[in-house]
Structures are given as C-alpha cells and as structure tokens.
Design a protein around this ligand. Structure first.
Ligand code: SF4
Length: 355
C-alpha cells in the first residue's frame, strides 16, 4: 500500500487526480494535513470529503518512522533512534541554541542514508558500512517526529528553525531523494523551510554537486578536515578519490547567491591536522579559491577511535592563525557528547548491537 509520505506534492496530485479521480485542490489539502498539521490518519482530515477519506484509507497509508528511543543530553541535545518499516534504524538529533537576542531555537541534524559507504576514519556511521538510501518520507519523517516531540515536551521552546543534512550518510549519494525532499521542504503548503535555513553537508562528491548548487534549494557545507590531498587521503580515503585541487576548482565555480558563502567543516583531530603549519595551509587554500567560512569542530573521541581530542591551546592557536589570514573561523564544540550525539558519533547503536 502506498505510503503517501513518499510523495512530493506534484506526485500526490498526479496520483489523486488520475487514480482516485479527485480534483487537484484535494491533494493540496491532504498535503497540508500531513506536513503542516501532522495528521497520522486520514480520519483527522475533517475538511476532506468523507468519500475521499474512505478511498484514501483503502489505498494509502501515512507511515511515520517509529521512535525506538529518545535520549536527552545534559546540554539539552536530544537524540532519536528511529525504526523504519523494514527494521532499519537511523539517528537524528535536535540541537538547542540561543541567538544574541536570547531567542531559543532548535537545529535538526537529519540522516539521509542507513549507514554510509564513505568510511571516513573518524566517523562511527562510516564504521557501520552502507545499508540503503532513505526515502523521501523517511528523510522528512524525521522532522515530523522531532516536531511532534517538541510540541509534546517543549511547549516553552517549540521552534524548529534550521535543518542540516549532517547525520548518517552522504546526502549527494542519495541525490534523487534528497533533492525531492528539498523541493518538498521549500513548498509553502508543506513544511515550508526557506533554503537559507537548510544546509546540505557533503564530504565532496563530484556527481550531484552542480545539481544541488543550481537548484538553490539549500546552502552548502563541505567536510574538508585536511588542508592537503595527502592528509585528506589518510583521514577520508574514499572522499579523497576526488582530488582536493579538483574539489576546490568545482567549489570555485559553485553558484552562490549574493552574500552566500560555502561553509567548510574542519574536524580538529589531536596531533593529526591541528598544527600551525596546517592552519596556514588551510588559510591559503580557502582564501585563494572560494568564498567560504570555516567551522572548526573539536573532536570528541568515540570508543575505540584511533584519534584523540586536540589540545585546547592548539585549537585556539589554529583559530588565531586563520583569523590573522582574514578567514572567518568559528570553534564549534560538539554538543550531546554524553549521549553520543556529537559529530561523527551517530551509529544507530541498537542495530549495531544486533549485527
Ligand atoms: S563523515 Fe559523513 S561521509 Fe564520512 S563516513 Fe561519516 S557519514 Fe559518511
């Protein structure tokens, strides 16, 4: 039976008009019930005719990801382990923040695949290997679950403001479903997230980068993590198959909107990529090639990790060198470390224990 969370609005409209003989506006109504009002059953759709609701219930379902566990960190970060219909499990994380005016908001870190094929050496998801791509409904279903959780548990603080595709998986390796999800996110009759509030993070995949840029549907973040091809090949061997100079050339040609900049993620691994020489190399690389800013992420070792956390003095020195080169660099401490929700720690632990 059709899970209509997997339909974009044009797809739902085509199906409902052609197969069910409904007028086009009916699909928009159903769409709004699903994505704006969080309806989980057709019987809730009270402004849709009873005959249509009956036909929908006979031919389609609304299947949300199932919440397996919810863990809340001391800092408020909330991690969900979600079960898909076929038993696959993924994680998604809500990260709290406050802006300068004291407005509280949440950022959701979304997964795009079950596991990941890229095998970056610092990443727990990479250890899982790749299982499968997530569907349109499974990607956006993570948001439905998080929004419902906030509505039930955080009425004082209900605003889900930003989305980042930085959870499990490499989004550009699931390009079709990620692009369809971005189109649905941008639909003002659906979840209605402006592209400025969505960031897609990639480790640098050639195929799909241009398509994402030309769509204008999200901002881009690139996981760099090393200033030289040689070091990158050690830390991220599969991503580095696309050589760094070529990646940067492609990024220099990436279509950016006015004032938009590419965000580079740089995970500081103790004694590996956090030295002053690497900071100078990184500054040169970024300033010479792209309109970009840098997020410096302090690594927090996962169990059994071959890497160590960087020394605090080295982190500060690294940041200073970048600023001295007029590069915008911000140190980001990974939140949710006590519940293994920090960068590189997502693993769908229950699933892994079973395998
Ligand atoms: S860092 Fe991203 S691309 Fe690399 S293995 Fe982890 S999930 Fe995959």
């Amino acid at each position: 039976m059709r899970n209509i969370l997997n339909d974009t609005l044009p797809e739902l409209t085509a199906w409902m008009t052609e197969e069910l003989g409904e007028p086009r506006f009916r699909a928009a109504q159903v769409w709004q019930w699903i994505w704006q009002k969080g309806a989980r059953d057709f019987s809730e759709m009270t402004d849709v005719s009873k005959a249509c609701r009956t036909r929908l219930a006979e031919t389609a379902r609304i299947v949300w990801p199932e919440v397996v566990t919810v863990q809340e960190s001391r800092d408020g970060t909330t991690k969900f382990l979600l079960g898909m219909e076929d038993g696959a499990q993924i994680e998604t994380v809500l990260i709290p923040s406050e802006d300068r005016e004291g407005n509280r908001r949440w950022t959701q870190c979304l997964s795009s695949q079950v596991g990941c094929a890229m095998g970056c050496t610092f990443c727990s998801t990479g250890d899982m290997g790749f299982e499968r791509n997530l569907t349109h409904g499974e990607i956006l279903g993570q948001i439905l679950v998080a929004r419902a959780h906030l509505g039930d548990n955080r009425p004082d603080w209900p605003i889900l403001r930003n989305l980042v595709f930085m959870g499990m998986g490499e989004p550009l390796l699931n390009l079709g479903n990620v692009m369809r999800a971005l189109e649905s996110l941008n639909n003002d009759r659906g979840l209605n997230f402006s592209p400025r509030r969505i960031t897609v993070s990639t480790c640098g995949i050639e195929k799909g980068l241009r398509e994402l840029g030309e769509s204008g549907l999200a901002y881009l973040a690139v996981s760099l993590h090393a200033p030289t091809q040689e070091l990158r090949a050690r830390i991220m061997p599969k991503a580095a198959r696309w050589p760094l100079p070529e990646l940067l050339k492609a990024l220099a040609a990436y279509p950016l909107k006015t004032r938009e900049r590419i965000t580079f993620e740089y995970l500081l691994l103790g004694g590996v990529n956090d030295g002053p020489e690497q900071a100078h190399q990184l500054a040169k690389l970024v300033s010479e090639t792209v309109r970009g800013k840098l997020n410096l992420i302090v690594y927090n070792p996962a169990e059994g990790s071959p890497y160590e956390a960087p020394d605090e003095a080295r982190v500060l020195a690294f940041e200073k060198i970048l600023w001295n080169h007029n590069i915008t660099a911000i140190i980001r401490k990974s939140k949710g470390q006590d519940i293994k929700a920090a960068c590189g720690q997502l693993k769908a632990a229950n699933k892994t224990l079973n395998t």
